[in-house]
Design a protein around this ligand. Structure first.
Ligand SMILES: [Zn+2]
Length: 550
């Protein structure tokens, strides 16, 4: 009888104690050397947030990668984008993704290679069940590397909540292993006068200022403000994303961002939150990022309607609590601004379905694709000899959350084969990007996820393949080709030795297609026939055949 109170006490206190230790010590280090980061969670990248932590690997590939906890390998992947990858589902409710690995450990390495030969594809996706590959904390699971879209050896490690699928910051689990005494630094602030509603220093377009300001900032009407800032850590020269940004006006907090979780669906909303590396301190109506919070009725926008000084303060904080504060003043001063024409057919509303019909063009934008209302700066460029008109839907590209359907009419059918036509997006520098597309009844149709400048082009040119130092292949046991595809994209490739498939890897950073010769399968010191064919998005095929000693 006298033990019962103790049991009750344990029952009540253990869960609390457990949940606290869970955050400070739930995971062990993935490496057996000191941890340094080259990238943090939620850093701003083009079109997405950085979804994990980048750990430095002392400048080399081939470091032993250890499981950070107790669980099992739930996915084994080889992809062009992330190279060799592992998903490990841990018993504590999280799943880790390890990317850019140089290799898998024995039972998995053979299984992956077998899969490549079986499917005759470099890319592999295997979903083992929970009993096949159990892992323990500190057990080696792979080798770190530099495969896929990676610009130097490092480990990218994502952590997501298994149940919700949300990417979360893994740094709270490793804070005690990584030193950080440096606070974030503000680079510049940007003002966003609202179209037809506000003005800053006599101008209605976005303007940047550095702090402290040399000239007074005078504004009137509805404006937004944003900040460009980076964080820093001890013992590295890298810069990182800022964990917390808070904006107050006259000591009232109106906006706060805490970069700690996002879903795949939210990832693209970075386009709405940021503009030219500045993080807006207001939310456009189509922006549903949960990491952002506003505390006024205007979603963080500010109405300057009194002739007085408004005191703005940015507070930037990292996960360790290192804090920096940046005050500045905005003076309220009446200034005129243009009256917008909301009836203009190029005025698109974010919460409506929008359709544009121009000579030779049709565009359907589903409801909820745009993050905000927009007045397009639309122009059609005529060139009588061209395949189609060139349509500037807007002078500056406007990213959308979901795809719209774009149809452009062919005016001059310069090539009979209709599979060669594609819609190209024209960049400001004159560079074009293929969006693919399908020819049908005089139109080419493609899906677009931004409003920019579009036209039709044809691709009748085959991808070019060039061998790189073939005389060294027998020593390095590495067959290397460089591929050049100027117009569209490479969509398929296949390599063989003596007529039999071998798994060539496509290194997307360098555009090389590489096979590391397997000595068990390919006899050394004798002549072999190596063949590689590469196909682009318009079905043009390039091919190379060589007799070489391997
Ligand atoms: Zn990364």
């Amino acid at each position: 009888m006298k033990y019962i109170p103790t049991i009750i006490l344990l029952f009540f206190f253990t869960p609390l104690a457990y949940s606290q230790t869970q955050l400070s010590a739930a995971f062990v280090s993935p490496f057996d050397f000191p941890l340094l980061m080259s990238g943090n969670f939620g850093e701003l990248r083009i079109g997405h947030f950085h979804s994990g932590l980048d750990f430095k690997t002392q400048g080399v590939s081939g470091k032993k990668l250890f499981s950070i906890g107790e669980g099992y390998i739930s996915r084994i992947l080889v992809t062009h984008g992330s190279g060799y990858m592992l998903h490990v589902r841990y018993n504590n409710g999280y799943t880790a993704i390890y990317r850019h690995l140089s290799g898998f450990i024995p039972p998995i390495a053979e299984r992956v290679e077998n899969e490549q030969y079986k499917n005759e594809m470099w890319e592999v996706s295997i979903t083992p069940d929970s009993i096949e590959y159990p892992v323990h904390p500190g057990q080696q699971i792979a080798w770190s590397g530099n495969t896929g879209y990676s610009f130097g050896p490092h480990l990218h490690m994502d952590l997501f909540e298994t149940k919700s699928g949300d990417y979360v910051d893994a740094l709270p689990f490793y804070k005690h292993l990584i030193k950080d005494t440096r606070a974030p630094v503000l680079q510049s602030i940007m003002f966003f006068p609202r179209w037809g509603k506000g003005v800053v220093n006599g101008k209605e377009e976005c303007q940047t200022f550095t702090l402290p300001t040399t000239e007074p900032i005078e504004a009137w009407g509805v404006i937004g403000v944003g900040v460009k800032a980076y964080d820093y850590m001890d013992e590295t020269t890298n810069h990182y994303g800022v964990h917390t940004v808070s904006l107050s006006i006259d000591n009232q907090e109106i906006f706060r961002s805490v970069v700690n979780r996002f879903s795949t669906e939210e990832n693209r909303m970075i386009y709405s939150w940021t503009y030219h590396s500045h993080m807006k301190s207001f939310m456009e109506p189509g922006n549903k990022l949960r990491m952002l919070q506003t505390f006024n009725e205007q979603n963080g926008l500010i109405t300057i309607d009194e002739e007085r000084e408004y005191q703005f303060t940015y507070v930037l904080k990292d996960l360790y609590g290192n804090t920096s504060t940046y005050p500045f003043t905005v003076r309220g001063k009446p200034q005129p601004f243009t009256q917008p024409d909301y009836k203009n057919k190029f005025y698109l509303e974010w919460d409506k379905t929008n359709t544009l019909n121009e000579p030779g063009l049709e565009l359907h934008i589903p409801k909820g694709s745009l993050y905000d209302n927009v007045l397009l700066n639309n122009e059609i460029l005529f060139d009588s000899g061209a395949i189609s008109f060139t349509y500037q839907l807007n002078d500056e590209s406007i990213p959308m959350h979901t795809y719209g359907d774009l149809y452009i009419g062919v005016r001059n059918k310069t090539v009979a084969d209709s599979t060669k036509y594609y819609i190209a997006r024209m960049g400001k520098n004159g560079k074009t990007t293929s969006l693919g597309g399908k020819y049908e009844n005089g139109f080419v149709k493609a899906r677009v996820r931004e409003l920019g400048t579009f036209t039709i082009q044809v691709d009748t040119v085959s991808p070019k393949i060039k061998e790189i130092n073939p005389r060294q292949w027998k020593n390095t046991r590495k067959i290397i080709f460089k591929v050049e595809e100027k117009e569209t994209d490479i969509t398929a490739y296949r390599g063989t030795i003596d007529g039999k498939y071998v798994p060539f890897a496509w290194e997307i950073v360098t555009n090389r297609i590489v096979y590391s010769v397997n000595s068990r399968k390919i006899k050394r010191g004798v002549k072999h026939t190596v063949e590689l064919s590469v196909t682009d998005a318009c079905g043009n095929k390039g091919k190379i055949t060589m007799d070489v000693i391997l």
